[in-house]
Design a protein around this ligand. Structure first.
Ligand code: ADP
Ligand code: MG
Length: 411
């Protein structure tokens, strides 16, 4: 079935067409009718399968069909998300798809001045997409009134419920009308979180697409055994071998992100870094640069693991393995989005093997191994331009010379 045949407002169809969305994805096909009917939905579908539009399309349709009343400045749909970047991205999707409706859409997040946000709230917001921190601040200051919320959405729902925000979320729910629709969307979920989710909704419809393999089918992923101190050489080689590729590199900490950035700089590779210590303007600028592809390598912590939709990421590198097994799914899911294909490689050192085991247990099967021959491993280190007197390089050159000598002697 095509979007043309859907019983949704022509204003929305027009923007779907402009975005070249012709047919719904599986999750959209299943979730849209339920949401339009007013049902509570818990939807689990792989990364990059269009979950945002799966809730944005029906929400826009429901809200734009309502008559405006005196209270129309109050928030009618609240979308809660874990990061600032995600608040911006999802607000953009709502704005694009709602371009021909008269609905007001606002992305709300911390790290920037709140006055301009308050001005927009005072003018009236139909759909509010917010991170918890700033939202709670503005609720307490009475700039946000949730008493007219009809639809509450938790994107990256398992993470939102798990973040320790559950008490706050319950409080927020209490300030909303009891009769409302609640929607949960995520690529991952566990039993505890599922119970928690069910405890806050009425008769939810559970929609799960390809539950067997949580890793997106568009992503080819493997693990390479690389020792901690050698990882930078492997990253260097990969970047230099595929200079045209857009590569997203995940590391464990902010400090490591800066260190890897410096190591790459020493060998002439320009990279961007992204982590929680950066100012908001910086974060926005970095994301823009990487989206545009001006700089091809972005080194990031898990702040970018979830939800972020960057076009044309060719490679995800788990430079460090994630501590949380589900983050493996989210990280590798930054590539292979929509109909695109992607690749992911994880560098696993001896001390990280337990993390790898946990990930494999979580996804329910072993990850393919990318075998690196000893000679290849050494060659990779020799290939590095990091240190002019690279020990490995000198050793290898020595060995080459010896070989040559031996050959000559034989002759
Ligand atoms: P998810 O939240 O499931 O990880 P997103 O909502 O971020 O995925 O969407 C992933 C990509 O798929 C986006 O770039 C989006 O524009 C694209 N997309 C979503 N729905 C459709 C559709 N029906 N047709 C074509 N592209 C789509
Ligand atoms: Mg998403």
């Amino acid at each position: 079935m095509k979007f043309e045949q859907y019983n949704i407002a022509p204003e929305i169809k027009r923007s779907l067409e402009e975005n070249d969305f012709k047919k719904p994805t599986d999750i959209q096909f299943k979730a849209i009718p339920s949401i339009l009917k007013g049902e509570d939905v818990l939807a689990i579908a792989q990364t990059g399968t269009g979950k945002t539009a799966a809730f944005a399309i029906p929400v826009l349709d429901i809200l734009q069909s309502q008559r405006r009343t005196k209270e129309s400045w109050q928030v009618k749909c609240l979308v809660m998300v874990p990061t600032r970047e995600l608040a911006i991205q999802i607000a953009d999707v709502f704005k694009q798809l709602g371009k021909y409706t008269k609905l007001n859409i606002l992305g709300l997040f911390g790290g920037v001045e709140q006055d301009p946000q308050i001005k927009k709230l005072e003018k009236g917001v139909d759909v509010l997409i917010a991170t918890p921190g700033r939202m709670f601040d503005l609720i307490h200051q009475k700039y946000i009134d949730l008493s007219r919320v009809q639809i509450l959405i938790l994107d990256e729902a398992d993470h939102m419920l798990d973040l320790g925000f559950i008490k706050d979320i319950r409080d927020v729910m209490r300030s909303m009308p009891r009769k409302r629709q609640t929607l949960f969307f995520s690529a991952t979920i566990n039993e505890t979180i599922k119970d928690l989710a069910y405890s806050v909704v009425h008769n939810p419809i559970r929609i799960q697409i390809s539950p067997k393999d949580p890793v997106s089918k568009n992503v080819t992923h493997s693990v390479a055994y690389v020792e901690m101190d050698d990882k930078r050489f492997f990253l260097e080689r990969l970047v230099k071998e595929f200079p045209e590729n857009k590569i997203l590199v995940f590391v464990r900490t902010k400090v490591r992100a800066e260190r890897v950035h410096a190591a790459m700089q020493r060998v002439g590779i320009e990279t961007l870094t992204m982590h929680g210590d950066k100012g908001q303007q910086d974060r926005l600028a970095v994301m823009e640069e990487f989206k545009k592809g001006n700089i091809k390598v972005l080194i990031t912590t898990d702040v970018n693991a979830r939800g972020i939709d960057i076009p044309n990421v060719d490679y995800v590198i788990n430079y460090d393995l994630p501590d949380e097994p589900e983050n493996y799914i989210h990280r590798v899911g930054r590539t292979g989005r929509g109909v695109q294909k992607g690749r992911a490689v994880s560098f696993c050192s001896t001390e990280e093997k337990p993390l790898l085991d946990a990930i494999q247990k979580y996804i329910g099967k072993p990850i393919d191994t990318m075998t690196i021959e000893k000679s290849d491993y050494r060659e990779t280190i020799a290939f590095s331009e990091d240190i002019p007197n690279n020990n490995w390089r000198l050793l290898l050159e020595e060995e080459e010379k010896n070989k040559e000598k031996k050959k000559r002697k034989k002759k």
